[in-house]
Design a protein around this ligand. Structure first.
Ligand SMILES: Cc1cc2nc3c(=O)[nH]c(=O)nc-3n(C[C@H](O)[C@H](O)[C@H](O)COP(=O)(O)OP(=O)(O)OC[C@H]3O[C@@H](n4cnc5c(N)ncnc54)[C@H](O)[C@@H]3O)c2cc1C
Length: 439
């Protein structure tokens, strides 16, 4: 049986290796002309736990991430956030990570570079292949790993019910590494992250890289990043961070990251979406490398379990559904809750964000949890402590925050109640309950 992986995304490459090892004929079509041209030339933060769990080698070029300093919109308030000392995130270089996944997948799958997939091929309600540079390629399963605006997912007929991405569910981000300004002293805070920077719906950061001659900059906005806003953010950061020089060393362009809960429908007959194409990033931060890798492993275990049971129509939606259940159980349900939190945070006034950081109503543990895609928990003891800390005058705000925290936990509970077996009626009812959370 033939499997086509569209795009050599992170999860797609792991899936190609694993499904190839089960004996399928796997081909990956990647629009970049070579491995070196593929995606970004920078590094990203990833929890090392995923590599340990999946037996992947951590590229040796990686470095432990330093603690962050959260800044309120106009840097009126700064708040240090300490990484979990026992297991700090790692900044992993993309290129060696891609190379490692490529080397592993190449043992079982064929990569075809310089080929762009433009749409799916359908027979009735079944995906039976893709169009590659104008030619139809037929297969038994399409694994869609082509990122947020995958042309396969976006060209599927609406009646298949596969989830779509709206404009306000993406983060358009400018990322660049600048040469450090010559002779600039090392600042007190080296990793500054601005929440709702300049009052806009997004985040920015200025980080002194682990290579201290470079400064890592990001400016990201929900819905789209205008050049005007980008210029204002950059000039603010230059003023407040004298380390930031003018010369771009890496990156220097805009990219798209989905920032919403995972697709509530990521499978169809003959089709499965993975990674950004199924919106698997942590909604608050846009980190999606770990979840894409986990998803690749879940997809492999789903197919293998069905093969072991002797299932014939392996790639029917009803059998692929167990993959989506696995994704929701592993991280999707938590991401639902984090999305509730993110939407709430972004609608708060600048003064409220100042206060949230200043009052320390969010503890270091709370911040650690949110940053890793987990939910804040307010125990009765913690609630008392928070009330004592903020004073009775601010009780109404604390109560509002508590309501939001409870709603985020409700989101997680709904996510976990995903129907374990595919039943159209039950699945539609579950999707309606998920969507109701965000109305
Ligand atoms: C600025 C930025 C910072 C980030 N920081 C982090 C971070 O710190 N930590 C973290 O975990 N994640 C981070 N992410 C998110 C992370 O990059 C993704 O979630 C993760 O890589 C999974 O994406 P993907 O592999 O599904 O898709 P992508 O990385 O978008 O890969 C899709 C692949 O498909 C190919 N492709 C696209 N269209 C076609 C087509 N039509 N035909 C053929 N090939 C096609 C592309 O060339 C690409 O190789 C960041 C993303 C960005 C943009």
């Amino acid at each position: 049986m033939k499997i086509v992986v569209v795009g050599a995304g992170i999860g797609g490459m792991l899936t190609a290796e694993k499904l190839g090892s089960l004996g399928f004929d796997v081909v990956i079509y990647e629009k970049a002309n070579s491995l070196d041209e593929m995606r970004y030339d920078w590094h990203d933060d990833v929890s090392p736990v995923v590599c340990e769990e999946l037996g992947l080698t951590i590229p040796k070029e990686s470095a432990p991430k330093r603690s962050w300093t959260f800044c309120s919109p106009y840097e009126k308030v700064t708040r240090e956030f300490h990484q979990d000392e026992n297991c700090p995130d790692l900044s992993i270089e993309r290129r060696p990570l891609n190379k490692m996944l490529f080397d592993r997948a190449s043992k079982y799958a064929t990569f075809i570079f310089g080929k762009t997939v433009t749409s799916p091929v359908l027979e009735g309600d079944r995906v039976v292949g893709v169009v590659v540079d104008g030619e139809e390629v037929r297969c038994d399963l399409v694994v869609d790993s082509a990122g947020a605006y995958s042309p396969v997912r976006t060209n599927l007929p609406v009646k298949l019910g596969v989830s779509s991405l709206s404009k306000n569910e993406v983060f358009e981000a400018y990322r660049a590494f600048y040469r450090r300004a010559e002779g600039s002293p090392t600042p007190k805070y080296t990793n500054k992250v601005y929440m709702k920077h300049l009052g806009e719906l997004g985040i920015s950061w200025t980080i002194l890289d682990h290579d201290p001659s470079q400064v890592n900059v990001l400016v990201g906005l929900v819905g789209g990043l205008d050049d005007d806003v980008l210029e204002k953010s950059l000039s603010f950061m230059r003023e407040h961070n004298p380390i930031l020089g003018d010369e771009i060393v890496r990156g220097g362009y805009k990219v798209i990251i989905p920032v919403r809960y995972p697709a509530t429908m990521m499978v169809a007959d003959g089709y499965v979406a993975i990674g950004d194409s199924a919106f698997m990033t942590i909604p608050l931060l846009g980190s999606g490398i770990a979840s894409s890798l986990w998803a690749g492993d879940i997809l492999y275990r789903t197919v293998k379990a069905n093969m072991d049971k002797g299932v014939k129509d392996l790639f029917d939606k009803k059998h692929l559904w167990a993959y989506q259940v696995g994704v929701y159980e592993k991280f999707g349900a938590k991401h639902l809750g984090v999305d509730v939190l993110k939407r709430w945070l972004l609608t708060q006034s600048n003064e409220m964000v100042d206060w949230l950081f200043e009052s320390k109503v969010l503890s270091n543990t709370d911040l650690q949890k949110v940053a890793s895609g987990n939910l804040v928990t307010i125990t009765p003891a913690a609630a008392t402590e928070k009330v004592m800390g903020v004073g009775l005058k601010n009780l109404p705000i604390l109560l509002k925050m508590n309501t939001m925290v409870m709603k985020s936990h409700k989101g997680e509970r709904i996510g976990k109640r995903i129907p374990k077996k595919y039943d159209e009626r039950k699945v539609s009812a579950w999707e309606r309950r998920v969507k109701a959370l965000y109305r």
